[in-house]
Design a protein around this ligand. Structure first.
Ligand code: GDP
Ligand code: MN
Length: 395
């Protein structure tokens, strides 16, 4: 799970990491009000989207008057910002961060990530942070500083000092950078983050060290015990279908193909997608409906798959272990009666009570294609998609 910059700054600030004065705004009026609260004569108005590289996409605007702030806010709010990280669709801007603009002397990079192979949190730093960090890190890989944290003892002061000296900071800035780095580490650990990136960590012309831009991601599986973080989730920044799936306890990932998949179990879903490709098709989605899929859940799955207008055929593949094929068949029939399915539907059932399940499908009178094996099901759904002109399908 990702959160916005202003939220990440609020969290880090709670762990003693210094951040610029500022506040969130949802409208141009509020942005001007925030600027007056912050005070001073220079501000930055920053688009809040779950992406970096906003600066190069016009999402970070430097302002010197109230009118500038108002105009910057009007230009950004409601807009879809496309950055090199968002893909062509971009992300919608509904919130802004209005901050005091700082006179910057140096921009540094500090990032904390989980190194899964080493089973440790690794803190990386680079003396040249900011918008060109990727290219600079490639050009000067030797300048990348790394500290691995021993999990049993946590990050030590000397490790933060190594990094601060490695960044070429002067003694008065070293202690500030150490506070910032150790604070970011504690936030990472105590909030179940998977990534904390401060880029840039700046030294101002008057010698202060602050986190000018922060990105944080969290472990979805730990959010049940971090309600304060979980509530920061912004569904407007996520694929609406994936968000709806999460609400129904379905595990959905949108893909580019045209064959909708409704499957129980992540492993079977992966195998089914492979078989569809093998048969010459392209899956429109990954969808795991889970073990004990009730008719309601199956109906929700149909609605979700059909909300993708690219879908030209659907394959339901259920292996009933915990479940029973007759229940699944009833669920499919109920769902098809409830949700209009305008495309061909192939159902393959296997496992407990499979004979009864197939009989229920056959007796339903609905034009449902069936298959015994996974290979057969994949071939059949690809053929059905190829045959399907507009309007052919389950009534
Ligand atoms: P990103 O492009 O999404 O990573 O957004 P950042 O928040 O990192 O901003 C991009 C760049 O804008 C920074 O690297 C700075 O060079 C510049 N910038 C942002 N805030 C300020 C500020 O308060 N003062 C000055 N002088 N530059 C800023
Ligand atoms: Mn940045």
């Amino acid at each position: 799970m990702d959160i916005h910059e202003y939220q990440a700054k609020e969290l880090l600030s709670g762990f003693g990491v210094p951040v610029p004065r500022g506040g969130v705004a949802y409208s141009a009026e509020q942005a001007v009000y925030r600027a007056s609260e912050v005070g001073g004569t220079r501000w930055v108005v920053k688009a809040q989207i779950h992406s970096g590289a906003r600066g190069k996409a016009g999402g970070v605007k430097l302002c010197t008057t109230d009118a500038d702030v108002r105009q910057a806010a009007k230009d950004l709010l409601g807009k879809t910002l496309v950055t090199v990280q968002t893909g062509a669709e971009g992300l919608p801007v509904h919130r802004l961060l209005v901050e005091q603009a700082l006179p910057i002397a140096r921009e540094l990079y500090v990032g904390l990530v989980l190194d899964r192979k080493r089973e440790r949190i690794v803190v990386v730093a680079h003396p040249h942070g900011g918008m060109e960090i990727e290219e600079i890190a490639q050009r000067e890989p030797a300048a990348i500083l790394r500290e691995e944290v021993e999990p049993a003892v946590g990050m030590q002061g000397f490790q933060a000092r190594e990094l601060a000296f490695g960044l070429g900071l002067e003694p008065p800035q070293v202690s500030q950078a150490v506070t910032a780095i150790l604070g970011a580490y504690r936030a990472f650990r105590e909030l179940d983050a998977t990534m904390v990136e401060i880029n840039p960590l700046v030294v101002t012309q008057d010698g202060h060290v602050l986190a000018l831009d922060v990105k944080m991601s969290f472990d979805d599986n730990a959010m049940f015990r971090r309600p304060n973080v979980a509530e920061l989730r912004d569904y407007a920044q996520e694929d609406p279908r994936e968000a709806e799936a999460a609400e129904h306890g379905l595990n959905y990932v949108a893909l580019d193909g045209d064959i909708g998949c409704i499957i129980n179990g992540a492993g079977l879903a992966m195998a089914t997608m492979d078989m569809i490709k093998h048969a010459g098709g392209e899956p429109a989605n990954f969808l795991d409906i889970g073990g004990g899929a009730s008719p309601d859940r199956v109906a929700a799955a149909f609605r979700l798959v059909l909300s993708d207008k690219k879908v030209r055929a659907i394959l339901v593949n259920v292996f009933a272990g915990i479940n029973r094929c007759d229940w699944v068949a009833q669920g499919v029939i109920q769902a098809v009666r409830e949700v209009h399915v305008p495309v061909p539907l192939v159902v393959r059932l296997a496992g407990t009570n499979v004979t009864e399940g197939r009989r229920i499908l056959a007796d339903s009178g609905l034009p449902i294609l069936t298959a015994d094996t996974l290979a057969e099901a994949a071939a059949r759904v690809v053929a059905a998609r190829d045959r399907a002109g507009a309007g052919a399908g389950v009534a």
